[in-house]
Ligand binder design. Sequence first.
Ligand code: TYD
Length: 212
Amino acid sequence: MPQGDGRFIVFEGVDGSGKSTQAFLLSKYLGEQKMRVVATREPGGTVTGEEIRRVLLDPQAEDLTPQCELLLYMASRAQHVGRIIKPAVERGHIVICERYCLSSLAYQGYAEGLALEEVAAVGTFATGGFQADLTIILDVDPEIAMERDKGPGTVEADYDRIERKGIAFQRKVREGFLEITRERPEKTRIVDGSRRAKEVHEEVKRLVADVL
Ligand code: TYD
């Protein structure tokens, strides 16, 4: 069910899958159609959320337990949904967000091994059950994604704390996203993100048109 007059659209995918590019292209396109767009991301999107993001991605941070990570992502999300996303959707805006609850299921659940029902339950608590009208998963082989994101000749010092978990971790994340979609196909669409940005954008526009 669409929420108010606005819509909540989420991009998901492994690191480097092109979420930022697609979120930017979609925001620009909808803006040109005279729609009121709010573009945002997780972790982050609020002052407190950006502080939490800094802690989570800091390569110098101590070894965080998966439980601690989950709660930090969710704390950022609670503030984000309560103060930015939900009010904007209720005012009739189209909110375009990079990452939301499915990231926690894929990363902290499938890849880190936390129980999926527990991750989902914390997600419901953090968001008050506020869900996206459409989630687009940009599916890309993690190896291609990493290379595309960082370019050749990248050294480990260029990676954030999560990227340092490596390619095997990203593969589990990718499988997690695909599995989640298989189990809950409503409102979730997989898009082949390995194609040129322009082609991916054309498909994204078609999917978004169905929910506007
Ligand atoms: P992001 O900035 O989207 O990274 P990228 O642009 O490289 O895709 O996200 C930062 C990292 O946070 C990313 O590695 C995924 C991770 N993350 C989780 O593990 N759980 C979550 O719930 C969220 C929102 C992000």
